[in-house]
Structures are given as C-alpha cells and as structure tokens.
Ligand binder design. Structure first.
Ligand code: GBH
Length: 454
C-alpha cells in the first residue's frame, strides 16, 4: 500500500509539538507564569483538572525525544519557544537559562541531522502581558516584535525555518470569543481585535526576523473547508459567513493585503497601514488541517464537535452541524481525507500566484489506543494518515506546491481543555512513568518516509 505514497525528492518530513503541551518544568530556570498556567489553575476549566506543569517532561527528556525523531527519519522538527521562558515578564532582556534550553535543543537537533522549525508563539502568553490586556491591546504587537528580534539575534545563525504564530483563529475564538482556552474570555464578536493584533504582530515579527538575518519565514494557520449543511439559501449564507470568519479573515490579510467582505471595518486601526505590514511577503504559508466542518443557519441544534465541545451562545447567525457518514476520531472529529485536497486546491484557486509554497505544519488525529503487552496497535491512526497523505499527494499532482508535511504530534501530550484525555502522538506517553512507546503508526510513518526517499 505505502508504495504509492511517493513524494518528490526534497519533500520535507517533520513532526510538530508546542512548548506548553510537552515541556513541563513551568517554574524552572526563571520561567515566568503564562496564561495557560493561570487558566489550568481555575477550577473546571480543564478536563480532570489536568495541567501542563509536568506534561511530557520534555524540558528534561529532550535528548530522548530527539532520538525518537531521528529513528523516525524526519528531517524537520517544528516546536515552539515558550515566551514566558524567554521573557518571564513579557519584555526586556532574555532570560539566559531559558535561552540556554533552546540552545541545547537546537544543537541536539542539528547534531541529529534534523532541521529546527520553531514557532515563536503557540498560545502561551506571559501572564504579565495578559494582565495589561493581552491580545486585546495593540501594545502587545510592540512586545512581540521585540521578542522576535531577540530570538532572531540569538538563533538565526542555526535556525533555517521560522513560524511566527500558531493558529491565530483558535486563540481568537477559543481564547477570547468563547472562553474555552486561556485566557478564558467570552467576548464573542468583541474578540475581533485579537485577530487583528495577532496578524499585525505576525507581520512585524516577519520584518524583525528578516532584519536579524533569518530566512524561510511563515505562519501556521488552521483551515477547515466549510460546507453548507444544505442547498438552502439560508444555510449557504450562514456557511459563507462562518468560512470568512474562520478561514479567510486570517489568510486574506496576509496573502492579499485585505480583509474579506469588508470585515476590516470591525478592526482597530490604522487598518490600511497595518495591512501593509500584515501582508509582508512570506517564504511559505503553513497550513494546519484536521477536518472539514458543516455549517447551517442557526436552529439551536448546533453540533459541539466542531467547536471542541463548546456550546455556542444563542443568537449567532450560524451553527456547526454534525457531519454524518464519516468515521470519527476518538475526539469526535470526522475523518474526511478528500477535504484535505479540496482545501489545498481552494488555496491555489483563491490566491493564485500570490500563494507562496505551502508546508503542512500540522495534521493528525486523536486515537486513544493504549499499549497491550508493550504494543500500541493504532491502526485507525494509520488509516487516517494514509488517507490524508494520499489526498495531499493528489493536490500536489494538481499543481499545488506543497514542500513538506509535519505530523501532529510526535508524543501524546497536553491537549488543552481536554487535558491528557486525547492522544495525538505517534509515540505513546505513560504520564505516570514518562515511558515512551512508539506506536504502530510510528513504524508505519517511518517506512513511508524511508520509501519516499528511496
Ligand atoms: C491544533 O489545533 C493545535 O495547534 C495543537 O496545539 C493541538 O494540540 C492540535 O491541533 C490538536 O487539537 O471541525 O471537527 O475538525 C487545532 C484546533 C481543531 C480547532 C479542530 C477546531 C474543530 C473540530 N482545531 N477543531 S473539527
């Protein structure tokens, strides 16, 4: 079966993680508090009261984890810098011990022949910045530009690929509009400035990194093909609005220099000047993709799988509906390989020659199989990856320029509001003992990568 999964020479294979989800060591070596430490401490926020305080203890076990990557055969590792480890108060000079950790990690990766591809920000804001307004305040864009300069100055000589921000849509919706992620605000449409400030921070970080000598700079943006629940005009209109809010509100400003459908009017300005910065050309566009979503006009029967269990407030002009007829992952997300190719073709169609090369910066699924006699037989993850990789390959045959695929995730880890209940890893982690057990899907992907290089 895997023989047909052939990819062009030079196609990059990677795995992705993020700091708060794997590192642990949240009070060590001068790390400051983050919004996620705060959020996890609030009763009822995270399933089972889980926190990222220990997570995969990657802060101490990074060498073992890099060895697992090397054995898997990936050439790229996407991780994130913990902002509160580097600037504990959110501004000022770098914390030496925090920077040293990333020196060790980066040097270990390079020694193993693996290209580091760090993300500057994967949702863990230094708490002192949140205390003065967080992403609702324009000031954070200055702080983020300084943070990017600091990282560029320190690491540009050894880091060949950079990602500014992970999924600005999820921070906006889950963090500030619906309150399911840190910082837990429920502002609904008043959260829109959070989108604009992240986009502006992204553009300023691209410029700061380039000024520091970095090259190969992009973003990791989450996208879901949005399908009208029916052919009715009401459902189509609701789906189009949702599509603009979750997909194009974030990609259009970056790739076209404009907001979709006049949505810029809702943004804090000077919007036109900001858009010139936001659309600073990128070396690549990173797409995170998991599943499509079906959307219809509001009827009060919203499906909460599409909002990761969050009940949408009444009064919204749209609602996600169950997408029936597909297998579900253990998180309840539908498995629809064809939607991946559709998404990539949509990007090519929408942006044409304004679209830089694409990297898939995340794709994967929660399949919660446990070890039996030391073996994790996660055949459903293999089926998911096989289907999605073939769909991706088909889009490449249709002319979409995809340069690499980074699977989410190397390890089972802290899955945000779901705590440790959802396992996305190719490697099983026993969170009592920290024992790592490569799953069947790890061995399967290792073979796919090896064959694609043969
Ligand atoms: C990513 O978020 C995150 O970057 C990463 O930290 C996280 O661990 C990983 O994914 C797994 O969750 O419409 O049925 O697809 C992805 C966030 C996932 C949010 C899909 C919306 C919709 C469910 N998105 N989710 S569905």
């Amino acid at each position: 079966m895997t023989a047909e999964l052939s990819f062009p020479p030079g196609f990059r294979w990677g795995v992705s993680t993020s700091a708060y989800q794997i590192e642990g060591a949240v009070t060590e070596d001068g790390r400051g508090p983050s919004t996620w430490d705060t959020f996890c401490a609030e009763p009822g926020r995270i399933l089972n009261g889980d926190t990222g305080a220990v997570a995969c203890d990657h802060y101490h076990r990074y060498a073992e984890d890099v060895a697992l990557m090397r054995e898997l055969g990936v050439d790229t590792y996407r991780f994130s810098f913990s902002w509160p480890r580097i600037q504990p108060s959110g501004s000022g000079p770098g914390n030496a011990a925090g920077l040293d950790f990333y020196d060790r990690l980066i040097d270990t990766l390079l020694g193993a022949g693996i290209q580091p591809a760090p993300t500057l920000y994967h949702w863990d804001t230094p708490q002192p910045l949140e205390d003065v307004g967080g992403w609702l305040s324009r000031d954070i864009t200055d702080r983020f530009a300084d943070y990017a300069s600091l990282l560029g100055a320190r690491f540009a000589d050894r880091v060949p690929m950079w990602i500014t921000i992970n999924e600005p849509v999820v921070l906006t919706l889950m963090g500030y509009a619906l309150g399911a992620h840190a910082p837990g605000k429920e502002l609904l449409f008043d959260a829109l400035p959070v989108a604009h400030h992240q986009l502006l921070a992204h553009g300023r970080a691209v410029q700061a990194l380039r000024a520091a000598g970095a090259s190969q700079i992009g973003i990791a943006s989450n996208h879901a093909p949005t399908w009208p629940a029916s052919d009715s005009a009401e459902d189509k209109e609701a789906a189009a609005l949702y599509d603009n809010l979750v997909n194009w509100l974030f990609a259009d400003p970056i790739l076209l220099g404009e907001y979709p459908n006049g949505m810029g009017d809702a943004m804090p300005g000077p919007v036109a000047d900001d858009l010139a910065i936001i659309s600073t050309p990128l070396d690549f566009f990173g797409i995170n993709h998991y599943a499509p979503v079906s959307v219809g006009a509001a009827t009060g029967q919203a499906d909460t799988a599409a909002t990761d269990g969050v009940q949408l407030p009444p009064g919204l002009p749209f609602e996600p509906r169950p997408l029936t007829g597909y297998p579900l992952t253990d998180f309840g997300w539908p498995v629809v390989p064809d939607a991946f190719g559709e998404l990539l073709r949509t990007f090519k169609q929408r942006y044409g020659d304004k679209l830089p090369p694409i990297y898939i910066t995340e794709n994967g699924c929660a399949i919660n199989d446990e070890p039996v006699d030391g073996v994790v037989s996660d055949q459903r993850r293999i089926d998911y990856l096989d289907g999605y990789l073939r769909s991706l390959r088909g889009a490449m045959d249709d002319g979409v320029d995809v340069r690499g695929y980074f699977q989410w995730s190397l390890l089972d880890n802290f899955e945000w509001a779901a705590g440790y209940s959802q396992r996305f890893g190719l490697v099983h982690v026993d969170f009592e003992t920290q024992e790592r057990t490569p799953k069947a899907s790890y061995h399967w992907l290792r073979d796919v990568i090896a064959q694609s290089r043969a």
